[in-house]
Design a protein. Structure first.
Lengths: 215, 331
């Protein structure tokens, strides 16, 4: 059975890779199988984990949690979108979700991605942190702090369009765009590594697990 | 006509693979001399492509795919090793785990699926092995449905390690898998007050209160270190925003390469206690733990394919600038 599974997986892997040559029926079959299985997997997982595992188990236990009914009712209201004449009802649960999520994220992002990031960008120049002795920082940290602060500032200057990018302001904007490009470059490098890793994983399966050619 | 040609191409590919399956002696290993000859041939062919490009004859995308394929596959058979240098962010994960006392509780969240396994699975295996060797108690969970299944696969490999086998570890006492829970970051939020409310049973159906390992674990304050393996949303960003910044959880993370650059600001701000970024991070962690695994093996194909990509970027730029020059001349 395991050998059969390996052959099926190899057939599907080669089918997906065949797209690199040209779109073809073999690729389309593999793609359809993937999409179908993914949809089925998600449906079964969410049904058993959410509806049975959380909702049904929650309201049928010894001390039922009736708050779950509120969520269930909101869920049913969301599905009313499928009935055009009363579809407007689905806006209520949607507004609840949007409002709750916005409130949740407002606090999280402001704290984690704004306040803490600002304080870790504007660090003391000659010491490792606030309240620590002066001149105790290494040269590496001093240079690093200057680059981070200057890079952030000039990056922001680049996105300031109320003043023409000329003179000293224009130079700062130029440094800003270079900083942004270096960041994109680093991100691109990591992305290449990530995508190559996936290809390496599949190739190891083909040449190792299936063909048995790798030690 | 085109359909027939395509069919013949696919048939040829299938025949080649069947030949490889049934005819080629296994395993295939290239000596250093053969590896050097192959590398030399690849370099020569790339120089040839560069010269052709300069002369105005561009290569098709399929040539690029072919070279990337060769760069990924051939290193599997080579006997060349590659030096791996430990970075501070990887060392931080290793040091954070090493500093924990025996019996400390580590929460590991598996927020990825099999698609990201080549990058994240080696990290999971090394991390589990390190924790189990140091007698740390592992609590596994997942915000992605297939995460806990990936955890089981990694756990089985870590449990087969000779240093771990002799410890005779038991499920429920030394490690537990709480499984998947839907709800994304709201699961993390709820876990801040009660683990049990989100995970009433483990993956084997054992009630939370009946699991010895979880006897004194009610929320994040009972966790000594946590490690998040993340491939997207929900993942490390949500763990930092909710568990770290709200509840003070000590968090290290292993990310796919795509995500890794976005995590460095959190690392600099001290919100993360260590980061394993992509396959190179996994290989570095294997080096730190002194147990060479799959990530180290994958690094040679990784480096080869990067070199090929860089060379094709140079070739592409050469074609672009020469094209521009030609346009100007024509004008």
């Amino acid at each position: 059975m395991e050998i059969f599974g390996t052959w099926v997986a190899a057939f599907l892997t080669l089918g997906i890779i065949s797209f690199l040559y040209r779109d073809n029926p073999w690729y389309k079959v593999c793609e359809s199988i993937f999409v179908g299985i993914s949809a089925g997997y998600w449906f079964v997982t969410l049904f058993f984990d959410n509806i049975l595992g959380l909702f049904w188990a929650g309201i049928t236990r010894e001390d039922p949690n009736y708050m779950l009914l509120v969520g269930a009712v909101l869920g049913v209201m969301m599905l009313l979108r499928l009935v055009p004449s009363i579809g407007w009802i689905s806006r209520w649960p949607l507004s609840f979700v949007v409002g709750a999520t916005a409130g949740f994220y407002l606090i999280n992002y402001f704290s984690s991605n704004v306040m803490l990031q600002v304080s870790s960008t504007l660090l003391p120049l000659l010491s490792p942190g606030f309240g620590q002795p002066l001149f105790s920082s290494s040269l590496y940290d001093v240079v690093g702090n200057i680059i981070v602060a200057a890079g952030t500032f000039t990056g922001l200057v680049y996105f300031f369009f109320s003043k023409e990018h000329k003179g000293a302001f224009g130079h700062a904007a130029k440094i800003g765009i270079w900083t942004i490009m270096i960041t994109f470059g680093a991100s691109f490098g990591y992305t290449v590594m990530s995508r190559m890793s996936l290809l390496i994983g599949r190739m190891e399966f083909i040449f190792g697990n299936w063909l048995g050619m790798i030690r | 006509m085109m359909m027939r040609k395509d069919f013949l191409v696919y048939l040829a590919v299938l025949v080649v693979f069947l030949l490889l399956y049934f005819v080629i002696p296994k395993p295939v290993v290239f000596s250093t001399a053969v590896s050097s000859i192959i590398i030399g041939l690849i370099v020569l062919s790339l120089i040839f492509i560069l010269i052709r490009t300069i002369r105005g004859k561009l290569v098709g995308r399929r040539t690029v795919f072919l070279f990337v394929g060769i760069a990924v596959v051939l290193p599997f058979f080579m006997t060349i090793s590659q030096p791996i240098v430990l970075s501070p962010e990887v060392k931080l994960v290793y040091d954070s785990v090493s500093e924990l006392k025996s019996g400390s509780r580590v929460l590991v969240s598996f927020d990825y699926d099999p698609a990201s396994a080549p990058e994240l699975q080696p990290m999971a295996e090394s991390f589990f092995r390190l924790c189990l060797e140091r007698d740390l108690k592992i609590i596994i969970m997942g915000l992605w449905p297939q995460g806990p299944q990936q955890a089981e696969l990694a756990l089985q490999i870590a449990l087969q390690d000779p240093d771990v086998v002799k410890k005779n570890l038991q499920r429920g006492v030394d490690y537990v898998n709480l499984g998947f829970q839907t709800g994304n970051e709201f699961v993390i939020q709820r876990m801040g007050t009660s683990f049990k409310s989100m995970f009433p049973r483990d993956t084997r159906g054992v009630l939370y209160d009946s699991i010895p390992l979880l006897k004194d674990v009610s929320n994040f304050s009972n966790i000594d270190y946590s490690f998040n393996l993340s491939a997207g949303y929900p993942g490390t960003v949500e763990w930092v925003q909710v568990a770290v910044d709200r509840y003070g959880l000590k968090l290290g993370t292993g990310n796919t390469g795509v995500q890794a650059t976005g995590m460095y600001p959190y690392l600099r701000a001290g919100q993360l206690k260590g980061l394993l970024g992509g396959l190179s991070g996994a290989a570095e962690f294997e080096k730190a733990t002194n147990k060479i695994g799959q990530a180290t093996f994958y690094m040679l194909p990784q480096s080869f394919s990067h070199i090929i990509v860089i060379i094709f970027i140079i070739i592409g730029n050469a074609a672009y600038f020469l094209g521009e020059k030609k346009k100007k001349k024509e004008q």
